[in-house]
Design a protein around this ligand. Sequence first.
Ligand code: 2BA
Length: 108
Amino acid sequence: MKLLVAIVQDADVNALVEELTEKKYRLTRLSSTGGFLKSGNTTLLIGVEDNMLDDALGIIEHNCKQREITTSLLTVTMPGDAFIPYPLEVKVGGATVFVLDVDQFVRI
Ligand code: 2BA
């Protein structure tokens, strides 16, 4: 069995969860925050049988789009200690997925 830790954009998560649950995958949805943009995203924990790994990854790929986000994260220091927001374009997603081996899975 594998555990997928999938970090997805909030804009994609509803469609992704809907398709996964329709196809009988079990998952847990966690609210998370990206370290770089410091904005919300969603982390899904999805336990899958080994033979379903490629199918699950395909569903994630199909639902998670790459987007270009403009952020004013960086600031430029001006004389007199003024900070001016500096627009920065960042490509986010589709999804960041870690695939972990599961030693044991127990539901009691
Ligand atoms: P964030 O950390 O908010 O990053 C959002 C996007 O900003 C990233 O998109 C990437 O395009 C860019 N970015 C991140 N760090 C950067 C840096 N030091 N310099 C320049 N650009 C940078 P994605 O790569 O698609 O990542 C989306 C989200 O997935 C991340 O949100 C983070 O929450 C998670 N993530 C990505 N890689 C990870 C990793 N190695 N470990 C844990 N979480 C990760």
